[in-house]
Design a binder for this molecule. Structure first.
Ligand code: SF4
Length: 454
């Protein structure tokens, strides 16, 4: 991914709103937070307000490594050397400091000098600003970490991160997929989604996305230490941006968070092990595919505009024709096409009587015939107050068979962690919201189907 900072700004109106909360660095010092000029080194590189905590300290986890180098230089340090030192203490395996003082010389080898810590006091913090509130463990081993946000555009809100154990053959090394959130609540109002009932309460900063991964790795490591288990590699191998929020609606924070997570000197995830989901924000899909090597997942969920306009209302802005055309362009199946190479993951939540007929399966084949894709059928996870029911296992299998017969790779994602509201589409707490988005009327012909299935 490019580290060319000025290019981060989105060209679309949707991302522009998100950019107001998490934007590229600013060189000017005139419009920023209340830190006293006397406390600041002259010429310090400035960032948006959302990058600072309520004490006016720069939250270092909001910065990519090139930004960190530039900032260190701007406060009179040896930029590359100091940035790498900070980086390794924050992100390298089994370091994960909570504050800069945790890495003081004398306490640890190669730690920060007393003079440097003095200089940084009041200036910057290594704390990502997520306060762990609770951990909920489901019967299948899936765990949900609930955090309160200490600062940033959604300060005071709660955000959830899910650790999903990957079930593999006996004796193999344990693996975990981590599902991270990118917003508190969500503006997209998908009708079957619990998080959507909250409305959007605020964007996460890059550091708050990254900190979810740091906190999960730290938790696993501390548990290993307590249990006397020695493990050399972290069991979190895959990341999915499929928690609370629409990631491409907060692209100015999501893109740098991926850059940080993939940095070889720190968290070192491979981009093809990171999947970012979207309901189909077309301009941001183009921007994302230009600027990130991470995998894109498009939540399609319907095969007609009639149904999609209802259950995924963003379809009223970017309808199926435009969405499918964009995927054909970005992920062409045709091997001779210039952009051929990457695939897109198409997600399809199976809703009884709404989108699960054989005709839907045939239309899905037709819609995706020119797209290099894999299709993931998602078993719907019911929640309190929902009008929808999951398709029966037989219907899911019949639907999948049709897709496979049509030449697609089609998998089924089972429900994980649903007894603790940790499953897909179940995160969040709509009761905390004072501005719940409206439930939309179904198309007339589906009213009966919905009534009999609810
Ligand atoms: S499914 Fe995703 S995009 Fe839709 S409301 Fe839920 S969190 Fe938002």
């Amino acid at each position: 991914m490019s580290s060319n900072l000025p290019n981060r700004a989105s060209s679309s109106a949707g991302a522009a709103a998100a950019a107001a909360a998490a934007a590229p660095p600013l060189e000017s010092t005139s419009q920023q937070h209340a830190q006293s000029p006397a406390e600041r080194p002259q010429g310090q590189l400035r960032f948006p307000d959302s990058y600072y905590d309520d004490q006016g300290r720069l939250v270092l986890k909001n910065l990519t490594l090139p930004e960190m180098e530039r900032w260190c230089e701007s406060i009179g340090e040896d930029g590359p050397k100091r940035a790498i030192q900070l980086w390794r203490w924050m992100y390298y395996d089994r370091q994960w400091i909570r504050s800069l003082e945790d890495a003081a010389a004398g306490k640890v080898q190669n730690g920060f000098s007393a003079a440097f810590l003095d200089k940084m006091r009041g200036l910057a913090t290594a704390d990502g600003g997520l306060l762990l509130q609770s951990i909920h463990t489901a019967a299948d081993g899936t765990r949900k970490m609930v955090f309160k946000l200490a600062h940033g555009p959604a300060a005071g809100g709660q955000v959830e991160t899910v650790l999903i154990p990957v079930v593999r053959e006996q004796g193999s090394k344990p693996r975990i997929t981590l599902c991270v959130s990118s917003q508190v609540g969500c503006a997209m109002n998908c009708q079957f989604c619990f998080t959507g009932r909250m409305g959007l309460q605020g964007n996460l900063t890059p550091g708050q996305i990254v900190e979810q991964v740091v906190a999960a790795r730290r938790l696993l490591w501390e548990e290993d230490v307590a249990a006397g288990v020695e493990r050399h590699i972290t069991p979190i191998t895959n990341l999915v941006y499929m928690g609370m929020g629409e990631p491409l609606h907060n692209l100015p924070a999501v893109l740098p968070s991926i850059e940080t997570l993939c940095q070889p000197l720190g968290m070192h995830f491979s981009a093809n092990k990171i999947t970012v989901s979207t309901v189909g924000l077309v301009p941001e899909m183009r921007q994302f595919s230009e600027q990130s090597k991470a995998v894109m997942a498009v939540s399609l969920h319907a095969t007609t505009d009639e149904v999609r306009d209802w259950i995924v209302p963003v379809n009223r802005k970017w309808g199926l024709q435009e969405l499918v055309g964009t995927m054909e362009e970005l992920f062409p199946r045709d091997q001779a096409a210039p952009r051929h190479g990457h695939h897109v993951l198409i997600e399809y939540t199976m809703l009884q009587g709404v989108n699960d007929t054989d005709d839907d399966a045939r239309r899905l084949l037709e819609l995706t015939k020119d797209i290099r894709c894999k299709i993931n059928l998602i078993v719907f996870n019911p929640h309190e107050g929902t009008q929808f029911k999951p398709s029966t296992p037989e219907r899911v299998q019949a639907f999948r068979s049709l897709l496979i017969q049509g030449g697609h790779v089609a998998t089924v994602r089972d429900s994980r962690g649903d007894d603790k509201m940790a499953a897909c589409g179940q995160l969040g707490s709509p009761e905390s919201s004072t501005r719940r988005p409206p439930l939309l009327s179904p198309p007339e012909r589906l009213q009966g189907a919905l009534a009999t299935s609810s």
